[in-house]
Design a protein around this ligand. Structure first.
Ligand code: GUN
Length: 301
């Protein structure tokens, strides 16, 4: 009998290890800047998933010594009002990070909001300057938190990723595209596939590393997976089963577990790492904005 527990990538354990290192960086930042690192999270409207995410971000920031502030607006706020608030936050020297929780109401342009955030305070890493730097192979800017968490776990679990085939399912600006840049930097051979890809399994069956961020519950089954693949499941899909809300990944865990080398569970895989990486970006911003040298710890091994 194979022990399937040994195949699970424990995102909670990895996020605790990273958070311990972030706590040391928080103390160092505080002694250099004579104040604690800080983040402002803006939440617009009522979306229960967003409310939970924001609550977790604020709580974890407080736990590790980062000052956090939540600003809530009703969904009726105008784009202009929101952009003015962001302009104001950009100017405040004691704020290191600004995050506007997505999705936004239909009448507010996501692009305009992302463009309005000072790239140095863009702890989501969504600003074109930050995404552009990442595309050019420069890891010194802000890197989107979910792909950053994925690459951290992959490097910790597999060591060198040199020459491995990595297939990404999903082409979003938040996960798929930045994930490809990070994997290329680690010398993987990469492919991005998506909902319109023909013969998807031809690509996924080549993958030593399969990253799935397509947003469809349990989309990837056994037929898409190469023997001994390592799977990172980015999906968070809420499904009502017998009157209870269950969180499902984009991968059918039970169907693939016998085939894989390693896999992230949902929940308890990518999710905790995303928040840890947000804290990492905030403390990194607090060093870089004040012209202090910052030694990257995500890519150090
Ligand atoms: N909504 C879902 N994920 C994210 C994220 O990583 N950042 C922001 N700002 N909003 C989100």
């Amino acid at each position: 009998m194979i022990n399937n527990d040994a195949k699970i990538i424990n995102g909670i354990k990895h996020s605790k290890n990273l958070t311990d290192k972030i706590k040391e960086l928080v103390l160092k930042s505080e002694s250099l800047n004579k104040r604690k690192p800080s983040i402002v999270v803006i939440l617009i409207g009522k979306n229960s998933a967003s409310e939970i995410y924001v609550k977790n971000k604020i709580k974890i920031a407080e736990n590790i010594g980062i000052i956090s502030k939540k600003i809530s607006y009703p969904s009726s706020i105008s784009e202009k009002e929101l952009l003015n608030k962001i302009k104001d936050l950009n100017k405040q020297n004691d704020i290191d990070g600004i995050l506007v929780q997505l999705p936004l109401p239909m009448h507010i342009s996501e692009d305009n909001v992302i463009l309005s955030i000072d790239p140095k305070k863009d702890v989501d890493g969504f600003h074109p300057i930050n995404l552009g730097n990442l595309f050019l192979g420069n890891n010194n800017g802000m890197i989107p938190c979910t792909p950053l968490g994925c690459i951290y776990m992959l490097k910790k679990e597999l060591g060198s990723l040199n020459g491995l085939n990595a297939t990404i399912v999903g082409r979003s600006n938040i996960v798929g595209k930045p994930m490809q840049s990070l994997l290329l930097k680690e010398n993987c051979t990469t492919a991005i596939t998506h909902s319109k890809s023909r013969n998807l399994s031809e690509f996924t069956l080549k993958a030593d590393i399969l990253i799935v961020a397509i947003g469809i519950a349990e989309f990837i089954d056994n037929n898409y997976v190469k023997d001994e693949a390592t799977i990172i499941d980015v999906g968070i899909n809420r499904k009502k089963i017998n009157d209870k809300i269950k969180i499902l990944g984009d991968v059918n865990f039970n169907d693939v577990i016998n085939k894989v080398n390693l896999i992230t569970p949902v929940p308890g895989g990518v999710g905790p790492m995303t928040i840890a990486c947000l804290m990492y970006n905030t403390v990194k911003a607090s060093f870089l904005r004040n012209n202090h040298e910052f030694k990257e710890i995500i890519f150090d091994e």
